[in-house]
Design a protein around this ligand. Structure first.
Ligand code: NAD
Length: 343
C-alpha cells in the first residue's frame, strides 16, 4: 500500500499498520518507525488523536479498528501491525467497563481475525502495568508475576494478552509491551493532550496555581508517597522498534515485556523535580490514599534488556523538562510562579 521511501534501517517486508498512530504514544512510535525506515500506514479515528502528530508522507486512514472495511483497506500486503488504539482510562473503565471491553478486547479479536484472513502473522501491541495490580510486599514487577488487575482497564489489557497467547497455534507471533507510566514529549507536537497522569498534572498546577492532589503520605515507601516508574515516550517508541525488529528476525510465540526504567520515583520526587524544572514550588494538597492504588509499581526490566537489547535512556527529569518545554516553557517572570493563566 505504501511506497518504500528508501530510508535506511529495518529491512522491509511490506508496510506496517499502526493503529492509534495519531495518539500520544502512537505519534512517538510512528516517528521512530518512520525514522528506522519502516513504511507506516496509520489507522486512527482521531477520537483523542491529532493528525498533526504524523510525519509528512505517512498516510492516515481515518476510521475505526472495529470496522472490517477499514482493516481490509490497509492490511493487504502488510508486514505486520502495531496495535495501540484503545480506551485508555483506568478510572474511566470503572464508569464505563463495556466501552473498554469493546475496544480493548473486541477490537483485538476483530484485528487478529482480519490479520489471519490476510495472512499477516506479526503483531506488536500496547499492554500496561495495570495488568499487575497491587502486589503487597513486592516492589518490582516481573513479567512472570501473577496478574491481579484492579480496574476493568487492567483486566481488558490482561485479556488482550491472553488472546495473543492463544493465537500462537494459529501462527500469530506477537510482542505485548507492558508500559509503566509514560511521560515526556519528543517534540511539542507529540506532547500528551490528555489529563490524568501526575507528571502533567504537576506542570499544570505550576501554571494555574490549582493544587495538585497527593493521594496519601502513609504508603510503606521511603517518603510515604506512592512510587511509580516514569518512562519517556521516546524510549517507549524505541521499544516498539526493537519489538518490530524481533518479529522481523523471525521470533515466534507470544512475548510479553515490561517497558520502564526500573527506577522508582515517588509523588514527592515528581513534585521536587517539577519544581526544579519550572523554577518554583508546585502547589499541592494531601488527601487520603485511594482504594486499590498500588504503593509501589516499578518495572523489572531485565527481560527486555536481555531479549531486545533495549533500555530506557531518559530519566524523570528529562520527562518533566520535555513536557514543560512542550507545554510552553517558562512562566512570565512577573508571575512569581503562581496563579498564571495558561494561554
Ligand atoms: N499513556 C500511558 O501512560 C499508557 C500506559 C500504559 C498503556 N498505554 C496504552 O498505550 C496505548 C496508547 O495510549 P495513549 O496514551 O497514546 O492514548 P491516546 O488516547 O493518546 O491514543 C490513542 C489513539 O487511538 C485512537 N483511537 C482510539 N480508539 C480508536 C478506534 N476504535 N479506532 C481507531 N483509532 C482509535 C485515538 O484517536 C488516539 O489517536 C493504549 O493502548 C493505552 O492503553 C498507555
Amino acid at each position: 500500500m505504501a511506497a518504500n521511501t528508501g530510508r535506511s534501517g529495518i529491512g522491509m517486508q511490506g508496510h506496517w499498520v499502526v493503529t492509534g498512530g495519531a495518539g500520544y504514544v502512537g505519534g512517538h512510535v510512528v516517528r521512530a518507525l518512520h525514522r528506522a525506515g519502516v513504511d507506516v500506514v496509520v489507522v486512527d479515528d482521531l477520537s483523542t488523536g491529532l493528525a498533526g502528530r504524523l510525519p509528512a508522507g505517512v498516510p492516515l486512514l481515518l476510521g475505526q479498528v472495529g470496522d472490517r472495511r477499514v482493516l481490509d483497506a490497509c492490511l493487504p500486503g502488510a508486514g505486520g501491525v502495531v496495535h495501540l488504539a484503545a480506551q485508555t482510562s483506568a478510572p474511566g473503565s470503572v464508569r464505563d467497563p463495556l466501552a473498554h471491553y469493546r475496544a480493548n478486547v473486541g477490537d483485538v479479536v476483530t484485528m487478529t481475525s482480519a490479520m489471519a484472513e490476510h495472512g499477516i502473522g506479526r503483531l506488536v501491541t500496547s499492554s500496561s502495568a495495570a495488568v499487575y495490580g497491587d502486589v503487597p510486599g513486592s516492589d518490582r514487577r516481573a513479567e512472570t508475576d501473577p496478574l491481579h488487575p484492579q480496574s476493568p482497564y487492567g483486566t481488558t489489557k490482561m485479556v488482550g494478552e491472553r488472546i495473543l497467547a492463544d493465537l500462537v497455534v494459529c501462527g500469530l507471533s506477537s510482542v505485548a509491551l507492558r508500559y509503566f507510566n509514560v511521560a515526556g514529549a519528543g517534540t511539542q507536537v507529540l506532547a500528551d493532550n490528555k489529563v490524568g497522569g501526575l507528571p502533567l498534572a504537576v506542570l499544570q498546577a505550576r501554571r494555574t496555581g490549582e493544587p495538585v492532589p497527593v493521594h496519601g503520605l502513609d504508603h510503606p515507601t521511603p517518603d510515604g508517597s506512592a512510587v511509580r516508574d516514569y518512562v519517556h515516550a521516546v524510549d517507549v517508541a524505541s521499544a516498539h522498534v526493537a519489538a518490530v525488529e524481533l518479529l522481523l528476525a523471525g521470533s515466534q510465540g507470544a512475548a510479553v515485556y515490561n517497558v520502564g526504567t526500573g527506577i522508582g520515583s515517588s509523588v514527592l520526587d515528581v513534585l521536587r523535580v517539577a519544581a526544579e524544572v519550572t523554577g518554583g514550588p508546585v502547589p499541592h494538597r494531601v488527601h487520603g490514599r485511594r482504594p486499590g492504588d498500588p504503593s509501589h509499581a516499578v518495572a523489572d526490566v531485565s527481560a527486555i534488556a536481555r531479549d531486545l537489547g533495549w533500555r530506557a535512556r531518559h530519566d524523570l527529569r528529562d520527562c518533566q523538562h520535555s513536557a514543560w518545554e512542550a507545554s510552553g516553557g517558562p512562566l512570565p517572570s512577573h508571575a512569581g510562579g503562581r496563579l498564571v493563566a495558561t494561554g
